[in-house]
Design a protein around this ligand. Structure first.
Ligand code: NAD
Length: 481
């Protein structure tokens, strides 16, 4: 399979003729080659997007909404193909891709197809002065959308759907590690009637294609999801060019369990919030803090549940944990696990590199639970982004809160308690963009999504995304005689 670029409605080879290998994590084999694009490809794409902008930004809301709706339907029609492609490309269980990734990609388009019809702006009347101010929310022009490998189509569509709905033309780059579904989507968009040049997909590495997108002077806004270090690099380039920036970055999220919670729901959900997608979700609760009175019981029950998870071929319907996304990521995750003794921790289960029969070159690690004695150890401070969680007891609400907040990150937090007042006190004080009480990853697409501290800048979701992808212009009219 050859994955080209989508520029001005055509699939084209990269100008320099360079290609990258794409590997299937389940077996480590190369199965596709990907356009290794550079600045010249980005220049070409931006010029196509600029040409398409005057017409696209002037389509009626009804027309734009209808096209987005058709894209949602096209994703649903192709859901089996897309789910299989996502699982092959990423290593995630096929069941997960079918249940979560692909339906959510369709939902992203459907949601913003509706949201744009309800998007409104403000007016301010100055009584007594015969003046009225109103705000125009105008599309920005050409915008850049850059997405990571963990939820490939889910996050790619989460960016491009609001950007297109708001009337922008897009230069999008999926991760070079998992590019397949984004490129299938490009073709679906054309079939659904998206005019040529409105969505351009540039493939390739972050330090060439990605860097060319963020430094192109005609790209006025960048929506990026990925690692915090990359986010900082992007800001260094884009901020002095006065680009609008939305940065959704890493996390090291606390999962705080009080003794008065609904124990069985908590245990089931904690298994999911720890190891879904091999722990490769920015929202995974990787630091588990448990009230001391139930700590030993939880430790026993949790470890038992974790050891019963089935690691294996992502294509098997019984698989709970598939392959990690790449060999270099597997090595990174394993190197963290190997620091356990020097970080003062104890491995309670898992953490072994596994050889799955017939898939010996795949990237598998058994889900790992580590008991730690201090929140300041590297295992609790740095994002591992794999099937690894730490456990620690606490005695008081204040202690749990202090440890939860004592990290550079602030993306999400989960609190398990049936004490309403306590849940509200915790929600108020937790330093994170999202707090879940007695649940995890329950998403309503209208809500603001994003993090504080090193987890990012800006918010996505609902009106926040449409506001990001538009420029507010105030018009002041004096109608006095
Ligand atoms: P990454 O930062 O390595 O790459 C993300 C994307 O940025 C890729 O498309 C990559 O090619 C591109 N890129 C890399 N360097 C670039 C540069 N200099 N200029 C422009 N683009 C560049 O991240 P990853 O390893 O793909 O994803 C994992 C990270 O993403 C984790 O840290 C995870 O927490 C984070 N993440 C955050 C959220 C969120 O919503 N906050 C969601 C998912 C993942």
């Amino acid at each position: 399979m050859r994955i080209q670029n989508l520029i001005n409605g055509h699939l084209v080879d990269p100008i320099a003729g360079q290609w990258l290998d794409v590997r299937a994590p389940a077996n480590g084999q190369v199965y596709a080659s990907l356009a290794n694009s550079d600045k010249s490809d980005v220049v070409r794409a931006v010029s196509a997007a600029e040409n398409a902008f005057p017409q696209w930004s002037n389509t009626t809301i009804t027309e734009r909404s209808a096209i987005l709706m058709k894209i949602a339907e096209a994703i649903e029609e192709k859901q089996d193909t897309l789910a299989t492609a996502e699982s092959t490309d990423n290593g995630k269980p096929l069941t997960l891709a079918k249940k979560v990734d692909i339906p959510r990609a369709a939902e992203n388009f459907r949601f913003f197809a509706h949201a744009i019809t309800q998007f409104s702006s403000e007016s301010h009347e100055s009584i007594g002065l015969h003046t009225i101010n109103y705000t125009l929310r105008q599309p920005i022009g050409v915008v850049g959308c850059i997405s990571p490998w963990n939820l490939p189509l889910y996050l790619f569509t989460w960016k491009i759907a609001p950007a297109l709905a708001a009337g922008n033309c897009v230069i999008a780059k999926p991760s070079e590690i998992t590019p397949v579904t984004a490129n299938i989507l490009g073709e679906l968009c054309l079939k659904a009637g998206l005019p040529k040049g409105v969505l351009n997909i540039i493939n390739g590495r972050g330090d060439s294609a990605g860097q060319a997108i963020i430094s192109h002077p005609k790209i006025k806004a960048i929506s990026f999801t990925g690692g915090s270090k990359t986010g900082a690099q992007i800001a260094t380039t884009a901020a002095p060019m006065f680009k609008k920036l939305s940065l959704e970055l890493g996390g090291k999220n606390p999962n705080i369990i009080f003794a008065d919670c609904d124990y069985s729901t908590m245990l089931k959900t904690t298994l999911r919030s720890s190891f879904s997608n091999q722990g490769q979700i920015c929202l995974c609760g990787s630091r588990i803090f448990v009230e001391r009175t139930i700590y030993d019981q939880f430790k026993k029950d949790f470890v038992k549940a974790v050891t019963s998870l089935k690691v294996g071929n992502p294509a098997d319907s019984e698989t709970d944990i598939g392959a990690l996304v790449s060999l270099s990521h597997l090595n990174k995750v394993k190197s963290y696990i190997d620091t356990t003794p020097q970080e003062g921790g104890t491995i309670l289960c898992g953490g072994d590199v596994l050889k799955i029969p017939h898939l010996e070159s795949g990237y598998y690690i058994s889900p790992c639970v580590i008991e730690v004695t201090s929140n300041t150890c590297r295992l609790n401070q740095e994002e591992i982004f794999g099937p690894v969680v730490t456990l620690m007891p606490f005695d008081t609400e204040a202690e749990a809160l202090a440890m939860a907040n004592d990290v550079p990150y602030g993306l999400s937090a989960t609190v398990w308690t049936n004490d309403l007042k306590r849940s509200m006190r915790m929600s108020e004080k937790l330093e994170s963009g999202i707090v879940w009480v007695n649940t995890w990853m329950q998403r309503d697409l209208r809500t603001p999504f994003g993090g504080v501290k090193d987890s990012g800048v800006g918010r996505e979701g609902g009106t926040e995304a449409l506001r990001f992808f538009t420029e507010a212009k105030n018009v002041c009219i004096n109608y006095s005689e």
